[in-house]
Design a protein around this ligand. Structure first.
Ligand SMILES: NC(=O)c1ccc[n+]([C@@H]2O[C@H](COP(=O)([O-])OP(=O)(O)OC[C@H]3O[C@@H](n4cnc5c(N)ncnc54)[C@H](O)[C@@H]3O)[C@@H](O)[C@H]2O)c1
Length: 379
């Protein structure tokens, strides 16, 4: 179904502003509800993300925790794309109430509005996260079956043993792609709040007969991602370090991996979710379907910028970090015909070209690590 009027919460953010620009190209009229969180935007006057949408959308500076702001924002919109969230996995472990208030509480206010007030909303799309899976899906070599390893033991990691173990036998496991039916066992408050957000929307919207769709995004990167936020976005954090001629510390043994998916692929998948009825009431992984190690990321970025900085594999680790997780994309391929189009090497080229055009500020990464250390979360 084609809609004309869309509300994007968090629409001044990385994914939201990219989506807003694409929807405007497609003829939508877009409203954005966003509180311009300083952690993401710094000063709004100089926020790249805000500046690129502010004259093109109906911008409402407001908070998803405020009912009156929802009322203004929902107005006569036909579709809500709910992206506003607190997004730092590590930070969520010591700003717990804040993460719960915004991610769970904010969603509750929206759903109460849809349940109790007149509106013209015909679809809700929510950004969920691969963080809800925690450690992904693996094959147990001894047990000859898929397993979902628990969080890793601190004592193993202190000995330099970073690989997850079979939760049944304690033996060796091999990484598999994580599908949508994989076990949900987040190991961060962030992941838990995203699962709550996703399920609250699916359950309430089903009862209200408003089609809802959830996307479990993997690690999204690309032009526009915040270069100011030291709490999330490894490509930005490493880029800011390299451009400031500072060395990079890679945690664990550097072989931990993530699924890096380019922003244009995320926007394309999300628009399929908005427009295709086949998406209704379903949950989809969106990723590249490829696991890339953190060492590869660090080396590829340094090479791409042509700046030599020391890349130090420290053996340090963050409690609660997962080892690997990459998306099984069979379900989204089958129902929405989606497959990622931008390879990691092409995406990195586009991302670093964009970073080269930005003014890169001094980075707050060391401060964020100090914060984690002081909370006992960094070993
Ligand atoms: N970027 C990723 O790798 C990734 C991965 C998985 C899931 N997600 C999810 O996708 C969504 C968008 O992520 P993003 O990368 O664009 O993040 P982002 O931080 O760039 O954007 C989030 C936006 O929400 C706004 N916001 C935060 N709290 C708010 C509040 N209380 N009221 C109103 N606005 C508020 C911020 O100002 C920001 O503009 C989030 O829900 C996130 O959990 C992102």
């Amino acid at each position: 179904m084609a809609f004309k009027k869309a509300l994007i919460t968090g629409g001044a953010g990385f994914i939201g502003s990219s989506l807003a620009l694409k929807l405007i190209d497609k003829g939508y009229s877009v409203t954005v509800l966003d509180n311009l969180l300083p952690q993401i935007h710094g000063d709004s006057e100089t926020s790249y993300l805000y500046q690129r949408i502010k004259d093109k959308v109906n911008f409402i500076k407001g908070d998803v925790c405020n009912e009156a702001d929802w009322e203004k924002a929902i107005a006569d919109n036909e579709v809500i794309i709910h992206l506003a969230a607190e997004t730092g996995t590590g930070q969520s472990m010591y700003a717990i109430q804040r993460y719960m208030n915004v991610n769970i509480g904010g969603t509750g206010i929206m759903l109460d509005f849809l349940a109790n007030r007149p509106h013209s909303v015909k679809k809700v799309v929510v950004a969920s996260s691969r963080a809800i899976y925690g450690e992904g899906k693996y094959w147990s070599v001894e047990r000859d079956q898929p397993v979902y390893p628990l969080g890793r033991e601190e004592k193993d990691m202190l000995n330099g043993d970073f690989e997850p173990k079979c939760p049944i036998s304690g033996g060796r496991v091999e990484l598999m792609a994580t599908d949508e039916n994989s076990k949900i066992h987040p190991n961060s408050i962030y992941g838990l709040t995203k699962y709550n957000q996703e399920q609250s929307i699916l359950i309430a919207c089903k009862a209200l007969h408003i089609p809802a769709v959830a996307f479990r995004y993997q690690n999204v990167y690309g032009p526009g991602q915040s270069l100011k936020n030291p709490y999330t976005g490894i490509l930005s954090i490493f880029s800011t370090r390299i451009k400031n001629n500072k060395g990079i510390s890679v945690f664990e043994d550097g072989e931990e991996s993530r699924d890096f998916v380019y922003i244009d692929d995320i926007v394309r998948a999300t628009i399929l979710g908005i427009e295709k009825e086949a998406a209704n009431y379903k949950v989809f992984n969106v990723g590249s379907g490829v696991a890339t190690t953190v060492t590869t990321v660090a080396n590829t970025l340094a090479e791409s910028y042509g700046i030599e900085v020391p890349i130090d594999v420290t053996g340090q680790f963050r409690l609660g970090d997962i080892r690997h997780n990459y998306a099984d994309l069979a379900y989204i391929k089958k129902h929405l015909g989606f497959h990622p189009e931008i390879t990691f090497s092409e995406g990195i080229k586009r991302f670093t070209n964009w970073v080269n055009e930005q003014e890169v500020e001094s980075d707050g990464y060391e401060k964020s690590l100090e914060e984690m250390k002081s909370k006992g979360l960094l070993k």
